[in-house]
Ligand binder design. Structure first.
Ligand code: BTN
Length: 250
């Protein structure tokens, strides 16, 4: 059984996010879905919701998100949020999580955490508006211990590949303060100041990539607004759409 350091997280995060609460639920459809329901119902206090089991976990592009109960970390953080520009937020979140956990965690635009060419985790960001104010729900799923490929062509990466004693609770405690600070910084300054740090972990930069909408070219990295830069047929193309997925071709 996982021991969750809820009290320690609350003590660290409350000074940054006044009114902050931590909840651990044994089962929910999806921690993002639940916090979006609450936001739409006007419950906007900063909330960390950890789900030990999700029955309808969601990924980007309407995909399901499956996680091994007991061997993964699935949580969402909801807070009132009003950046001038939202572009690059998933990159800023990924960077905060990667930097807080291990130097060898790479980032695959726009929302994946990678280790050695395999997916370690993903980020799902949703926004709601309540009473004219905007609320963000940031959902993160991380594989903590290895699990079988379950129909995937390669088994996903696990945090214990890099940090042998990692547990879901220890990872959450370690990533929450940097994540909360990164969200505050992003709200003030956006993605541009993070561009170079993202570059050091960018797993696509310099590689031939293809997009789900049929474009392909060499990845030049990310721009100051977080768009993906591709060199396609002799010209630079910026990929902004969150509806697009990108894969390395080699
Ligand atoms: C992706 O890689 O497509 C994003 C995956 C996001 C999964 C997390 S798990 C916690 C939160 N609740 C969900 O239903 N999804 C996110």
């Amino acid at each position: 059984m996982e021991i969750w350091p809820a009290e320690s997280i609350w003590e660290l995060i409350s000074p940054l996010l006044p009114g902050f609460t931590v909840e651990v639920l044994p089962e929910i459809d999806s921690s993002n879905t639940e916090l979006m329901r609450r936001a739409r119902a006007g419950q906007t206090e900063p909330t960390l919701l950890v789900a030990e089991r999700q029955t309808a976990g969601r990924g980007r592009l309407g995909r399901p998100w499956q996680s091994a109960v007991g061997d993964s970390l699935t949580f969402s953080l909801s807070l009132p949020y009003a950046p001038r520009d939202w572009s690059g937020l998933s990159l800023a979140v990924g960077l905060a999580v990667a930097e807080s956990l291990h130097p060898d965690i790479g980032l695959k635009w726009p929302n994946d955490l990678w280790v050695a060419e395999r997916k370690l985790g993903g980020i799902l960001i949703e926004a709601a508006s309540s009473g004219g104010r905007s609320q963000v729900v940031i959902g993160i799923g991380l594989n903590i211990r290895p699990r079988s490929a379950e129909g995937l062509s390669t088994p996903p990466a696990a945090l214990t590949d890099l940090w042998h004693e990692a547990t879901a609770g220890a990872a959450l405690l370690q990533l929450m303060p940097p994540l909360a600070r990164a969200l505050q910084d992003f709200e003030q300054r956006g993605f541009a100041p993070l561009q170079q740090r993202f570059e050091t972990r960018d797993v696509l930069r310099g590689r031939e990539v293809g997009t789900s909408d049929g474009q392909h070219g060499q990845c030049l990295g990310v721009s100051p607004n977080g768009s993906l830069r591709l060199w396609c047929a002799g010209q630079e193309v910026a990929i902004n759409s969150s509806e697009v997925s990108v894969r390395p071709r080699i």
